[in-house]
Design a protein around this ligand. Structure first.
Ligand SMILES: Cc1cc2nc3c(=O)[nH]c(=O)nc-3n(C[C@H](O)[C@H](O)[C@H](O)COP(=O)(O)OP(=O)(O)OC[C@H]3O[C@@H](n4cnc5c(N)ncnc54)[C@H](O)[C@@H]3O)c2cc1C
Ligand SMILES: [Zn+2]
Length: 618
């Protein structure tokens, strides 16, 4: 008799509980699947404990035994050995029990689905599936899938390869929904339609959230329902994840799962043989439910109000006429007097916005959003806030965007950010949950009133999103390709690294003239001969002309003259830039805002829309 025959006899089957968290709680902190080879007795004993607790179905210790996940431990070439040993251990364990063995395959994709291409998933899945099937299992358990596309793909493969029962389980994002707002009832129906024999939920949340979700799920016509809840929400104690161990709670939960039509009930993270015993005891002789009332979720058609009216975005101005923005970075020290004086002077010079870097060069500075907000309210100057993906994870980035919205700051520059290696804390972690592309996507989704996980934000944000453009590369076409990809992600305009030659300005102009999104072209005054040499020799991609290097070199020992020379050179570049670009991005070196104030004043006076410009050219 197989699993399905057994379930058909009006039975609720009991599955086993956690393997991974149990091993972890015993102190194992390694590749759990490798223990099939090195510690077979430990795995065998866990199987035995679950069987003795009343499990009718146990799963092989193969959750992450695929090429992709074993690679982290250098074990990618042992997929066959590890899966083979796992099946043999589970088989040996059920010898004297009336129980089945299912071969477990866990989902790979997490919060960043695009991080693992579907082709790689197919390859790695097939390999593990064949190993399990060849060794001889009674069914396949596909579990902990956050991404429905991934599960549908692997389920379709498995369905073609075997007639054995397939259990397909997704993980909840929140009550009723998977990641990306896919309703659970829809996900399970789709899995049923693809031929899964048992469909259900496992991991991430405990009985409470799973039961609330199952209230919205009808009993499938051609499949059975399963649930493998976690023991509880986890907590982090003394550097370890811990779960509540109240197995009595599972006794009550068992009957509620039965009432929701569940026919296969097991446990996931944090559960132990005690939890499974609670399930098994509570459901001894219990008849399954075949009909139930399904709660329909009130279909809230979310009508997100249109975004509140804000000042027209900067890039609209740069499309039509000259627009000058100036970078003035937050200080590394707590005193902000000079920064505020600079911001005031730049406002007086008539610039359109001040841009504030986000811990540039990966070193801590006063928070750019705090300073940007002060500049906005106290000086009345528009702040443009850089956001990197280095210092905040997906939670932090979203909370940051919501905060900017509250502050009425709508101009942002989305960059990946310099890695921590380059800064004052090379050992600090660089988060990079997303790169600039993902961040741009996320911000644009916020503008639709939807969070990254697809939740309704109740309001739309009004961000206009700038992106970085680095023209200081050998092949400008490659940089332009990247720029075009950022437009596809939703970038509204670009801000470039500084350019130091008229030839480069012309090259950028020619290579980007087909692009509608405005470019704010970077101009930075040189401050000394050393500064010029550093940029030329040490900053990747930046090359100064021989003339510029010589001109700066002449004033090696006279800082004042060198600074004047730097200004003259910047004005020459500005002349060329103003002929070609509406957007001008002036970069203030070393908080010397007098330099960018002078350049901004110059650009406004002699810009192409000023009548005196022609005279200046003469
Ligand atoms: C206007 C501007 C403002 C900036 N502000 C900040 C700031 O506030 N804080 C900060 O820490 N850094 C800042 N930077 C630095 C910036 O984050 C890095 O220089 C980054 O590598 C380039 O921009 P990005 O972050 O958008 O990278 P992306 O274009 O997102 O590139 C991400 C990754 O791809 C690589 N890459 C970049 N170009 C290419 C290419 N042509 N081909 C192949 N791979 C490529 C990069 O090395 C990087 O690993 C700024 C840069 C600019 C131009
Ligand atoms: Zn789990």
């Amino acid at each position: 008799m197989g699993i399905l025959d057994s379930i058909k006899q009006d039975k609720i089957l009991i599955a086993d509980g956690a393997m991974g968290t149990l091993l972890y709680s015993y102190g194992s902190d390694c590749c759990f699947e490798e223990l099939n080879l090195s510690q077979p007795n430990q795995i065998y004993n866990i199987h035995q404990a679950y069987l003795n607790a009343g499990a009718n179905i146990i799963q092989t210790n193969t959750y992450a035994a695929n090429y992709h996940k074993l690679e982290r431990y250098g074990l990618q070439d042992q997929v066959k050995e590890i899966n083979g040993a796992a099946v043999r251990l589970a088989r040996k364990a059920v010898t004297n029990h009336d129980a089945f063995v299912v071969g477990t395959i866990g989902g790979i994709r997490g919060i960043k689905p695009q991080a693992t291409p579907i082709e790689e998933i197919k390859r790695t899945f097939r390999e593990q599936l064949y190993c399990l099937l060849l060794e001889g299992v009674d069914g396949i358990l596909l579990e902990t899938f956050y991404d429905l596309e991934e599960l549908e793909t692997v389920l379709s493969i498995a369905r073609k390869e075997t007639t054995l029962p397939i259990i397909s389980q997704v993980s909840l994002q929140e009550v009723g929904f998977m990641q990306n707002r896919v309703p659970i009832s829809e996900a399970l129906s789709r899995l049923e339609a693809l031929g899964a024999d048992i469909v259900g939920l496992n991991c991430r949340l405990g009985p409470y959230h799973m039961l609330s979700t199952l209230e919205e799920v009808a009993i499938p016509k051609h499949a059975y329902l399963s649930a493998y809840p976690n023991a509880s929400l986890p907590s982090y104690v003394d550097g370890k994840l811990q779960y509540e161990s109240d197995a009595d709670y599972f006794t009550e939960a068992a009957l509620s799962f039965r009432d929701q039509g569940v026919r296969l009930l097991g446990g996931c993270c944090g559960t132990t043989p005690a939890h499974i015993e609670a399930f098994s005891t509570a459901l001894k002789g219990a008849a399954p439910v075949t009909e139930k009332k399904v709660k329909t979720r009130e279909r809230m058609t979310v009508v997100t109000p249109p975004a509140k009216k804000t000042a027209p975005p900067l890039f609209e101005k740069a499309k039509k006429e000259q627009s000058i923005i100036v970078e003035l970075d937050p200080p590394r020290k707590l005193n902000t007097d000079r920064f505020m004086q600079g911001a005031q002077a730049l406002k007086d010079a008539g610039i359109d916005a001040i841009t504030l870097a986000d811990n540039s060069l990966a070193s801590p500075r006063v928070c750019n959003t705090a300073l940007g907000s002060i500049v906005k309210s106290e000086i009345g100057l528009r702040p443009l806030i850089h956001i990197t993906c280095r210092d905040r994870n997906l939670i932090g980035l979203q909370s940051h965007l919501m905060g900017l919205h509250q502050l009425g700051i709508h101009d942002v520059l989305a960059v990946t950010g310099d890695p921590t290696k380059v800064g004052d804390f090379p050992g600090a972690s660089s988060v990079y949950d997303v790169t600039s592309f993902g961040l741009i996507d996320m911000i644009k989704q916020f503008n639709q009133g939807i969070s990254l996980s697809g939740k309704d934000l109740g309001e739309r944000t009004s961000f206009s999103v700038g992106a970085a453009f680095n023209p200081n590369v050998r092949l400008i076409d490659k940089a332009v390709e990247r720029l075009e990809k950022k437009i596809e992600s939703g970038a509204d305009y670009f801000i470039s690294q500084p350019v130091f030659s008229e030839e480069k300005l012309m090259e950028v102009y020619q290579a980007t003239r087909h692009i509608d999104a405005p470019i704010y072209i970077g101009i930075m005054p040189l401050t000394s001969s050393q500064n010029a040499n550093f940029l030329h020799h040490e900053v990747p991609g930046i090359k100064l002309t021989k003339d510029i290097l010589e001109a700066m070199g002449k004033h090696k020992d006279d800082p004042k003259q060198a600074s004047q020379e730097g200004l003259t050179i910047a004005k020459g570049l500005l002349d060329a830039a103003l002929e070609l670009f509406n957007g001008i991005y002036l970069i203030t070196p070393f908080m010397r805002y007098e330099l960018t104030v002078e350049l901004a004043t110059y650009a406004k006076k002699y810009g192409p829309f000023h009548s005196s410009r022609r005279m200046h050219n003469v």
